[in-house]
Design a protein around this ligand. Structure first.
Ligand code: DHB
Ligand code: FE
Length: 280
């Protein structure tokens, strides 16, 4: 059967892709941020998951404001990257697993999560940059990926509680797949940031650190916040952090915290890396 090894969180800020492409990761501005990924990279090298389910939000590349599903699952054998406006050079295509995706879709729909199924899905910086930060850049990526897009862009956005429950359904979906696959779930985006309006530049370090601690040890805490409360504390784009709850819901209630790293600001964002491991 497929088994969930653990979960990893990562910010997806576009500038990360350019810092990697331009070999700037050890420059003073970036060094501490990228060094925070090293234990996560080592954990992935050791655990060698076969499949990464990447919970991310699209920023106007595959979906636009005219049509935006609340939850969308990639059901393809390949996913192409393109840049939706950050001057990021596209990276090599990602290998998918359509058969596994269709199993996940069927299980999720049977559990009343009616996901949009996408047999053709372009992936943007929200998907690509966490993978690059965690694995480096490759012509042939070392892991098969399945994109799971959550709308965090066009309101109404799903609640934190709904995202947590999606994760719990995802766990049942993964663990009912008969193939012997090691699976990791990436919760991407966040933490606090606001890119526009009067509060542009907002970062709340205290809230970010609380979110990191609680998502690891007491995820129910975050499910009690309304989206308005999360945005008040974390900024309008800080709402992306609800995607971490999809990852967390897919794990056991008690997990091993392998690694935790926070850095702010990087670009306009408070950035957190968490590595959580299921007990075997
Ligand atoms: C930044 C962060 C994001 O989540 C995003 O989608 C775009 C930009 C930033 O911090 O610059
Ligand atoms: Fe974003």
């Amino acid at each position: 059967m497929a088994r969930i090894i653990g979960g990893v969180t990562s910010s997806h800020i576009p500038a990360v892709g350019n810092a990697i492409a331009n070999n700037q990761t050890q420059e003073p501005y970036w060094k501490r941020f990228f060094d925070g990924y090293k234990p996560a990279q080592a954990w992935l090298r050791e655990k060698k998951p076969d499949v990464a389910i990447v919970v991310y939000n699209d920023h106007g590349l595959n979906f636009f404001l005219d049509k935006i599903p609340t939850f969308a699952l990639g059901c393809a054998d390949v996913y192409h990257n393109a840049d939706e406006g950050w001057a990021l050079n596209p990276v090599a295509p990602f290998k998918g697993d359509a058969q596994f995706s269709w199993h996940l879709a069927e299980s999720l729909v049977n559990q009343e999560f009616d996901v949009c199924t996408c047999q053709d899905m372009k992936v943007d910086h929200g998907f690509v940059n966490p993978i690059r930060a965690l694995y480096g850049t490759h012509e042939v990526w070392p892991v098969t990926t399945i994109p799971l897009a959550v709308n965090t862009v066009q309101h109404p956005v799903p609640t934190a509680l709904r995202c947590y429950k999606l994760g719990q359904a995802l766990r049942r979906a993964i663990e009912s797949y008969p193939e012997d696959l090691g699976v990791v779930v990436f919760g991407t985006g966040g933490l606090s940031h606001q890119l526009q309006g009067e509060r542009a530049g907002l970062i709340d370090v205290e809230f970010d650190l609380d979110c990191m601690d609680k998502i690891a040890n007491d995820p129910q805490w975050m499910t009690r916040f309304s989206n308005a409360e999360i945005m008040r504390r974390a900024g309008t784009e800080g709402i992306e952090t609800i995607m971490w709850l999809v990852m967390r819901g897919a794990l056991q209630s008690n997990v091993k915290v392998i690694h935790k790293h926070y850095h702010a600001p990087i670009s306009n964002t408070g950035a957190g890396v968490l590595v959580l491991e299921n007990y075997s």
